[in-house]
Write a protein that binds this ligand. Structure first.
Ligand code: ZN
Length: 406
């Protein structure tokens, strides 16, 4: 159900601040049966102490059994129904690369491909070129194809065979079919408009495919491009509109900043490379008085899980634990710590398993949990929530929701 109309009615001002910490992919699994999960294996004295005075629960990010990408996982944590507020593949790539992507633009994911003499696809990934080779070809295309008709065309390297195109012009819908045939031996497909508003986009994409083949005709490996996932920059209601919150995001990686910007958060600059603990802490401290809500994101827990690096993920959890006392010194009224999905090192990828949730707030029934782990969370008094249910809970604890009904 869409709770936004209700929340719009009920929200009120409050001086209490909410801090939502997302440890990306923090949920895990024991690599061997009976062994500890990453959270259980980590030495986390600060999280343990916090767990004692908090309430715990489990959170299913999107839906039981669904393995979410970070996009839907995060939108759910921000309270946006991930089945209703959908970010297309192209748009998510544009956010991920952090490129100039405006309202009205259409983004498409591209694969560089090798085409045979009759135009059929020989290799959908053009022999997996190096990213440097990709950059060289992208520069060549950008120079040769600045626009098609009145539409500006922007090319961006993603990695290896993957690139991104952003189309900017009037009247571009995103209802078109993919040109990627998804198998070899067939020619690239013609993009077809699925609605009237997208006819121009289909024409531009088909002309673009032809132009790319002309420009690359003498290239040995990369001589064609396949497109999919055409999508416009989505236009979502802001957190200010829906919750009455002045919200800020502290994240290092472009996709998370992009997702936060989509829901109207102000993205604060963070100094430093990688997860930049110092830079994030500084951004939080310096802006603490200026916002009602902070989203603080840490990426490395997920990255290590994706690598299948159990102890690397453990170390990242411990690194966060070491930062926690500095965060607590700000004395957030409402503090939630959770993940946007599980990324068990055992599975080397995202999974459908629920993630643990910790909530510290003034009016709580404490659980007597001794640690922040999946097992303790499963026994917690918050029970088992869906991702989208977190924001109303945080708002309530912050004294930001009026009574519903008489
Ligand atoms: Zn994630």
């Amino acid at each position: 159900m869409d709770l936004f109309p209700v929340l719009k009615e009920l929200h009120q001002k409050s001086p209490r601040k909410i801090l939502l910490v997302v440890l990306d992919g923090v949920g895990g699994l024991p690599p061997e049966s009976g062994g500890p999960t990453e959270l259980e294996a980590a030495r986390t004295p600060n999280l343990d102490r916090l767990a004692v005075e908090s309430a715990l629960g489990l959170l299913t990010p999107v839906y039981p059994g669904l393995t979410p990408g970070s996009g839907p996982g995060h939108l759910a944590l921000f309270g946006y129904d991930p089945f209703r507020y959908v970010v297309g593949r192209g748009a998510l790539s544009a956010l991920g690369l952090g490129v100039d992507f405006r309202e009205g633009d259409v983004a498409l994911r591209g694969n560089f491909a090798t085409l045979g003499p009759d135009g059929q696809v020989l290799d959908r990934r053009a022999g997996r070129p190096s990213t440097e080779e990709n950059q060289r070809v992208v520069a060549k295309l950008q120079e040769a194809i600045p626009r098609i008709e009145d539409v500006e065309v922007y090319f961006y390297t993603e990695s290896e065979h993957r690139f991104l195109v952003v189309l900017r012009g009037e009247g571009l819908g995103d209802g078109i079919t993919d040109s990627d045939p998804q198998k070899t031996g067939l020619p690239p497909l013609k993009a077809q408009a699925l609605d009237e508003a997208s006819r121009k986009t289909a024409r531009i994409v088909n002309l673009l495919s032809e132009r790319i083949q002309e420009v690359l005709k003498d290239e040995p490996g990369i001589n064609g491009a396949l497109f999919r996932g055409a999508s416009r920059r989505p236009s979502f209601p802001s957190m200010a509109e829906v919750y009455g919150l002045k919200a800020a995001a502290i994240a290092s990686y472009p996709m998370y900043k992009g997702l936060a910007a989509l829901v109207g958060m102000e993205v604060l600059p963070v100094e430093g490379e990688g997860d930049a603990h110092e830079g994030k802490l500084k951004a939080l401290q310096e802006n603490w008085e200026r916002y009602d809500f902070f989203y603080l994101h840490f990426k490395k827990t997920d990255a290590k899980g994706e690598d299948g690096d159990f102890w690397g993920k453990v170390a990242e959890i411990e690194r966060f634990d070491a930062l926690l006392p500095e965060i607590l010194r700000l004395d957030p009224d409402i503090l939630a710590i959770t993940g946007d999905h599980s990324t068990p090192a055992l599975l080397k990828g995202h999974s459908w398993h629920p993630v643990p949730l910790l909530l510290k707030a003034p009016y709580l029934r404490k659980d007597g949990a001794l640690r922040f782990t999946e097992g303790e969370a499963a026994k917690g008094s918050l029970g088992h929530l869906r991702g989208v249910e977190l924001m109303p809970l945080l708002l309530a604890h912050a004294g930001r929701l009026l009574k519903y009904g008489a």
